[in-house]
Unconditional design. Structure first.
Length: 152
């Protein structure tokens, strides 16, 4: 799908280690050359983007953020609202990747600025296919903002 010239950076905000692992497996299975950066909640995701603390001092700017809604400390809704208010980050596409099929979660995610909403398939084969489709869309079809923009 992608070439070595530009390895896409994906920030995954996901509190379930098994789901984070499944995303990594799906990227690999679909030959999506991406540098997957994983954090466990919205607070860590904000610190990552802002390059706060020694853990995130050299964090690369993501081309795409995959966001779970239900996480501890700061959930996906709070994170999404926060980054869409920050000039340096509001142009980063955020795709919600969650188990929730609740209509109000879908509507509120788009209202807060999500670029997409995917309900995690329970079946592993369907999950891998969903990540393949996501990769084809975001990394082959659409044009993303320049990854080299100035950082705070």
């Amino acid at each position: 799908m992608t070439t070595e010239r530009h390895r896409f950076v994906i920030l995954l905000a996901e509190d379930e280690p098994a789901d984070a692992h499944l995303v990594q497996v799906a990227l690999s299975e679909n030959h999506i050359l991406a540098d997957l950066q994983h954090v466990a909640d919205g607070r860590d995701a904000l610190e990552y983007l802002r390059r706060e603390g020694p853990r995130f001092a050299d964090a690369p700017r993501p081309d795409l953020i995959l966001l779970d809604l239900n996480m501890p400390r700061m959930d996906g809704r709070q994170f999404l609202a926060a980054i869409k208010l920050e000039q340096n980050f509001k142009d980063i596409p955020v795709v919600v990747l969650t188990t929730s099929e609740v209509e109000r979660d879908i509507v509120s995610s788009y209202h807060l600025g999500a670029a997409g909403y995917i309900t995690k398939p329970v079946d592993v084969v369907q999950f891998i296919a969903a990540i393949r489709d996501l990769g084809e869309y975001w990394f082959e079809l659409v044009r993303l903002p320049d990854n080299q923009k100035a950082r705070p």
